[in-house]
Design a protein. Structure first.
Length: 96
């Protein structure tokens, strides 16, 4: 079960990165909800910012997994589903 939580975390990060790239490509950087990422996207390459942000998130999630903080990791999966995956899914489906 603990490995499944980690795999779910990785999949959510992957989908969020993909959706963010496509969403920003369609709507511009103003659609990004994270002000730090939006600021960086306006100044640097969007793909570089997304990949770096996801690498940091995966690194931190890996630390939680290795230190057996699986409840925190599961909470972050739920958080990403609610604040990232569902909104991006809605916007991308609506735009197609």
């Amino acid at each position: 079960m603990k490995n499944l939580i980690f795999v779910c975390f990785l999949l959510v990060q992957l989908f969020d990165g993909w959706a963010t790239f496509h969403g920003v490509s369609l709507f511009g950087t103003s659609i990004e909800g994270n002000p730090l990422l939006r600021f960086l996207m306006d100044r640097y390459d969007v793909l570089l910012v997304i990949v770096t942000g996801k690498a940091v998130a995966v690194g931190l999630g890996t630390v939680l997994h290795l230190y057996k903080r699986h409840k925190m990791l599961a909470a972050s999966v739920l958080f990403y589903l609610v604040v990232a995956v569902l909104p991006w899914t809605y916007l991308l489906l609506k735009s197609s």
